[in-house]
Structure formats: structure tokens, C-alpha cells
Design a protein around this ligand. Structure first.
Ligand code: IPM
Ligand code: MG
Length: 370
């Protein structure tokens, strides 16, 4: 059996608590001989800053580059509000994405039947929801240069962030979206602001070209990003795959998350290009939510997005799609028992802790494994 090296970067706030629940599942799979995961741990975000004065150490970057996959918790918190910009907690995550070349961020929003009433939208609007946001993750305004605050001669300050995209960046993310759509309902909405942005004009041009050349069998729709945000809360089930840039993807995926009942439900996979020799992709898996410092250390955090991220790791990094489905099924069955962490509580549900939710999901998985 092949050994898979997994780097665990729990990060800050609720990161360590939810990571502990994911680790239980990895440990169980090891003990059962289902797979051989070799886990290592590292520091990222505020935790790395406190220990090393940086958002991620070179040593931990090397571990991430050597790993078959990285499981990532969350970073940030008010404790580090005043640290220098270059070493703020988020810089660790951005460096991982950039240096590992993780350009394709997959953010599936699925509404589990038991949670249809936990959504802020009416049950009939979200029941059965299954959409996938494909977010470009290593370009755009997050990384474009110049990115600075300058003091002008007048003494006034001026800030600039640069939104830029190369054709190859748009082309490769478009291909990921079209390929995934073919495994789903075969519909892609490409979202940009071509009515005001040059990057949007190029985005749309490249997506259309790739579509016409290689994916004419997939239905392609264009949607302006502001309209997309509105349609997501008006009629979310009209979407299948949404492909969009780094910044719009950040915003639209938070909207989509809330449709599923809670931000605590949304997993994500960040993938690089397949290696030419081995076909393997660098990959990082993380919940879409943040470090929730207000509830950290209290056993209140919802571990489901973290555990569902682990399921994505099984599917996309280790070709264990059957086990990914079992983990997702275990989550659905746990929720169907009427239990909930506080964020997904609905009428009549029994509130349980982070660890209790993790244990229940593991129990369900054990039962499914037979
Ligand atoms: C996300 C987060 C990050 C982002 C932050 C923590 C830098 O909001 O993964 O959606 O903006 O990409
Ligand atoms: Mg975000």
C-alpha cells in the first residue's frame, strides 16, 4: 500500500479544534488499514508568527512542498491585528497558494437535507442545492503588482491594488470548470465585471474561446458578478458550476456558503496543475470559513467543513472517491439525527460540541464501512 504524506496546518482560532476532528478520521483509516497516511504538523498564521515572527516558516513551506496534500484549518484573529502587513496571518495562506501553484479553488456548496431549515433562505429555494464555485486562486487583485500605499508630495496617501490576468491563467481555470461541469449537470456560468473592467473583458474572451474550441458540448452562460451575487440568493438552484476570478470567487463563495445553512459547512480544495512526469497535483484542503476567534477554545466550532475538506482530499489527491462519499454520507447521517453545533441549530435540534460532532461522524463512518 502506498504511503501518503499529509501536512496538517491547523493555524489559529478554531483551527486546532476542527483539525483534531479530521485527524481522528485519518487515524482511524490508518488503524483499519484503509490507507497509510503519514501525518506531520506545522505552524501557520498567527501561531507561526508567535513562534517564528513570520506567517509560515521556510521549514514548514518545505514540508508543504514535499507533502502529497496539505490539510489547512484557519488563520487570523484580533491578536495579530497590529503585526506588519507582510507577516499578517493571511500572508501564510497566500504564500502557500502561490508557491504551491494552487490556481484552482473548488468550493462546492451542498445543502444537506437536514439543514434546509438552517439556511437563511426558504427551504424550497435551497433543498437539494448542489453548486460548485471554481475560483481562480493565484492571480488577480490578491497578487497583482503594484500593491502599495504611497504618500504623495501633498502629504496625502494613495493606495493601489492591481487586478491583472494573463490569458493562460484564465484558460487553465476555464478548463478546470468545463471538465468538472461534464461530470455534473454540464452548465458553466462565467462571472466577471466586463462592463467596467478590462480583466473582465479578457476573462470573457478567453472563456468563450476555450469553450468554442474544446467544450462546445457544455452549456456556457455569462453573468456579471453583481448579478451573480443577487441570483445566488434569489434562485440558487439555477447554477451548476460558477467560474470566476480570485476576488469575486472569495465573495460569491461566502454567499453560497450561507445558503447551505452555515459558513461552517463549506469545504474547499485548492489544486495545482498536474505534474508532467507523475500526473500528481499539489493540493491544499481547507474550510471556507475563518478562524472564528470569538468562539475559539470553547468546543462550539462546527468541524463539518474541515471534515468535508478531508473528504475532498481523499477524492482529488488519493483517488479514494468511494471513501470520500462515505465520509460525506456519514456527515449527512449525523445531521439527520437532529444534532447540531450552534451555528447550524434549527428548531428542536440538540446542540453538541465540536468533539461530539466529530465522534458522531466517525461512528457513522465506521458503520458505513461495515
Ligand atoms: C478565503 C479567505 C481568504 C481569502 C483569506 C483568509 C485571505 O477569505 O479563503 O476565502 O480571502 O482568500
Ligand atoms: Mg473568503
Amino acid at each position: 500500500m502506498q504511503t501518503y504524506r499529509v501536512l496538517l496546518l491547523a493555524g489559529d482560532g478554531i483551527g486546532p479544534e476542527i483539525m483534531a476532528e479530521a485527524k481522528k478520521i485519518l487515524d482511524w483509516m490508518n488503524a483499519q488499514g484503509i490507507a497509510r497516511f503519514e501525518t506531520e504538523e506545522g505552524l501557520v498564521g498567527g501561531a507561526a508568527y508567535d513562534a517564528h515572527g513570520v506567517a509560515i516558516s521556510e521549514e514548514d513551506m518545505d514540508k508543504a512542498l514535499a507533502a502529497d496534500a496539505v490539510l489547512f484549518g484557519a488563520v487570523g484573529g484580533p491578536k495579530w491585528d497590529d503585526v506588519p502587513y507582510d507577516v499578517r496571518p493571511e500572508a501564510g495562506l497566500l504564500r502557500l497558494r502561490k508557491d504551491l501553484g494552487l490556481f484552482a479553488n473548488l468550493r462546492p456548496a451542498i445543502c444537506y437535507p437536514a439543514l434546509a431549515d438552517a439556511s437563511s433562505l426558504k427551504r424550497e429555494l435551497v433543498e437539494g442545492l448542489d453548486i460548485l464555485i471554481v475560483r481562480e486562486l493565484t492571480g488577480g487583485v490578491y497578487f497583482g503588482q503594484p500593491k502599495e500605499i504611497v504618500t504623495l508630495e501633498s502629504g496625502e496617501k494613495r493606495a493601489v491594488d492591481s487586478q491583472l490576468y494573463f490569458e493562460h491563467e484564465v484558460e487553465r481555470i476555464a478548463r478546470v470548470a468545463f471538465d468538472l461541469a461534464r461530470t455534473r449537470r454540464n452548465l458553466v456560468h462565467s462571472s466577471d465585471k466586463k462592463n467596467v473592467m478590462k480583466t473582465g473583458v479578457l476573462w470573457d474572451e478567453v472563456v468563450r474561446r476555450v469553450h468554442a474550441a474544446d467544450y462546445a458540448d457544455v452549456e456556457l452562460q455569462h453573468i456579471l458578478a453583481d448579478n451573480c451575487a443577487m441570483q445566488l440568493v434569489r434562485q440558487p438552484k439555477q447554477f451548476d458550476v460558477i467560474v470566476t476570478d480570485n476576488l469575486f470567487g472569495d465573495i460569491l463563495s461566502d454567499v453560497a456558503a450561507m445558503l447551505t445553512g452555515s459558513l461552517g459547512m463549506l469545504p474547499s480544495a485548492s489544486l495545482g496543475a498536474p505534474d508532467e512526469a507523475t500526473g500528481k497535483r499539489k493540493a491544499l484542503y481547507e474550510p471556507v470559513h475563518g478562524s472564528a476567534p470569538d468562539i475559539a477554545g470553547q468546543g462550539k466550532a462546527n468541524p463539518i467543513a474541515m471534515i468535508a475538506s478531508l473528504a475532498m482530499m481523499l477524492r482529488y489527491s488519493f483517488d479514494m472517491g468511494d471513501w470520500a462519499e462515505k465520509v460525506e454520507q456519514a456527515i449527512a447521517e449525523a445531521l439527520a439525527e437532529g444534532v447540531a453545533t450552534a451555528d447550524i441549530a434549527r428548531e428542536g435540534s440538540r446542540i453538541i460540541s465540536t468533539a461530539e460532532m466529530g465522534d458522531l461522524i466517525l461512528n457513522k463512518l465506521q458503520a458505513l464501512a461495515g
